[in-house]
Ligand binder design. Structure first.
Ligand SMILES: Cc1cc2nc3c(=O)[nH]c(=O)nc-3n(C[C@H](O)[C@H](O)[C@H](O)COP(=O)(O)O)c2cc1C
Length: 215
């Protein structure tokens, strides 16, 4: 394995894709959908994976990957445990950043927005659509809590399966969705010679405006 020097030397050139204020669509949601449809054709692994950044009560940042499960009414939706570390951070500061990185097309999308819980009906609907074992796991695992070992986790899951068998599981109230309503977007398109394209969308008087940022 190479040392740090060789890591610093890793770089690559990007393709012919570009983005400008003129070609970027007026609606950042539509621009996201356009890029996302293209990404789905090329990105084999986890195209819906996004880094979710939050801030804790001491102002310290935190980040982790979650999966995008839909874009509804202009909001980006993910599901998680409402007692997890991220949920506690969101209780304290209801703002988050989402970051998508799609290496196949050299694209990054950054989104900042206010976060709220989705309706219980929507969480119920999505929970019911998950594979049964994932439903049980949501109950068996107290996300972000310190646990003794892996065995206790597996025991919890096995006990639930034994107890309930194949019966449909009711969504626990501590599990559900969040919606991030964007206030700022940045679309980043990798270009050759490090002269990348960065188009930022910001809100003014409830209207989206675009500006180009230096790479
Ligand atoms: C590819 C990938 C997808 C993930 N998707 C989710 C998800 O949709 N929801 C979730 O709660 N955790 C998901 N996780 C796990 C989170 O990254 C994280 O470990 C967990 O949510 C606990 O985070 P917290 O302690 O900061 O709350 C995913 C992890 C990876 C690597």
């Amino acid at each position: 394995m190479g040392g740090w020097k060789s890591i610093a030397d890793i770089r690559r050139e990007y393709g012919e894709l570009s983005l400008s204020k003129e070609t970027a669509l007026d609606s950042p949601i539509e621009q996201f959908q356009l890029w996302f449809e293209e990404v789905l054709k090329y990105e084999k692994n986890d195209p819906t994976a996004m880094t979710l950044s939050t801030v804790d009560k001491d102002g310290l940042p935190d980040a982790r990957i979650v999966l995008l499960k839909g874009v509804q009414d202009g909001s980006f939706i993910f599901y998680t445990n409402y007692q997890s570390a991220k949920a506690q951070q969101l209780n304290h500061s209801a703002y988050a950043c989402l970051n998508f990185y799609w290496p196949e097309l050299s694209r990054q999308v950054r989104i900042r927005g206010k976060v709220h819980r989705v309706s219980q009906e929507l969480s119920d609907e999505y929970f019911a659509s998950r594979p049964l074992k994932s439903q049980y796991s949501a109950i068996a695992s107290k996300q972000s809590a310190v646990i003794k070992n892996r065995k206790s986790l597996e025991q919890n899951l096995n006990e639930l399966i034994k107890k309930y068998g194949q019966a449909p599981v009711i969504r626990p109230e501590y599990w559900g969705g969040y919606a991030v309503l964007p206030e700022l977007f940045e679309f980043w398109q990798g270009r050759d010679n490090r002269l990348h394209d960065r188009i930022q969308y910001y809100l003014e008087n409830n209207q989206w405006h675009k500006r180009r940022l230096a790479p």
